[in-house]
Design a protein around this ligand. Structure first.
Ligand code: 6AU
Length: 258
């Protein structure tokens, strides 16, 4: 079946009970209740900044996305504090680890080491390059904890190989593992299953690119292509008034909700 534009899909509230994955259910209900489809890409280097942003932008987002391994002063207590703000403002945590190895290795990277990602991240993502064993390896650690996995189907960067038939392969792999996979990182809607949530990075108020080939599309472009969640980093973090920017993103995006 052809991907549907967002407007012809059910509302987030309609989709929540149709979703079978607990995280998809929770996230869709939260998006409907909080009226936001904004995910903050919080790419910062210190605990203090991460927690400040979580508290400041928390009221406007449904998901806070971390790259926990870029924190220069990581200690496990930052996770407790992050959880505090996730509860306070009602958002989910997505660790953008982009797992890519064989199942056995990713299961260790996910559950062990310094970051113990499986203990706290509601959502993680993985490339499909190594085959479906990566899903099994991650599911072994995250499945019983009720976590969700997003497959990287399409990337925002110029020259990416993650597009076309690769994205189609990711869609098929995700749909075949819907007990653990609850969506995709993609540039558009790929799956018409109501519980599959599409996250799109590379979003700014104005189209453009950065100096490393990141390509930016507008809220309208992304949401009319059927995506569900916009991932925004620098356009909020580097705005003159980040709170106003987050509020604007949330409001502008809501005009494209089904
Ligand atoms: O808005 P930006 O460009 O400041 O941040 C975009 C964020 C970064 C990237 O690591 C991430 O989105 N990202 C991803 C994800 C989320 O997996 C995939 C992709 O194709 N492009 C991309 O930028 O934290």
């Amino acid at each position: 079946m052809q991907p549907q534009p967002l407007r012809s899909m059910n509302t987030f509230a309609d989709r929540a009970p149709l979703a079978t994955h607990p995280i998809a259910k929770k996230l869709l209900a939260l998006m409907a209740k909080k009226r936001t489809n904004l995910c903050l890409a919080c790419d910062v280097l210190t605990k203090k900044e991460l927690l400040l942003w979580a508290d400041l932008i928390g009221p406007f987002i449904c998901v806070l996305k971390t790259h926990i391994d870029i924190l220069e002063d990581f200690t496990p207590d930052v996770i407790d504090e992050l959880n505090f703000f996730a509860k306070k403002h009602d958002f989910l945590l997505f660790e953008d680890r982009k797992f890519a190895d064989i199942g056995q290795t990713v299961s260790l990277q996910y559950a062990k080491g310094m970051y113990r990602i499986a203990d706290w991240a509601d959502l993680i993502n993985a490339h499909i390059i190594s085959g479906p064993g990566i899903i099994a390896g991650l599911q072994q650690e995250g499945g019983s904890k009720g976590r969700g996995l997003l497959l990287l189907a399409e990337m925002s960067s110029a020259g990416t190989s993650a597009r076309g038939s690769y994205a189609e392969k990711a869609r098929r792999m995700g749909e075949a593992h819907a007990d653990f996979v609850c969506g995709f990182v993609s540039q558009r809607r790929l799956s018409d299953q109501p519980g599959m949530i599409h996250f799109t990075p590379g979003v700014k108020l104005e189209k453009g690119k950065d100096s490393f080939g990141q390509r930016y599309r507008t809220i309208e472009d992304v949401l009319t292509a059927g995506s569900d969640i916009i991932i925004v980093g620098r356009d909020i973090l580097q705005a003159a008034d980040p709170v106003a920017a987050a509020a604007l993103y949330r409001k502008k995006a809501s005009h494209f909700y089904p």
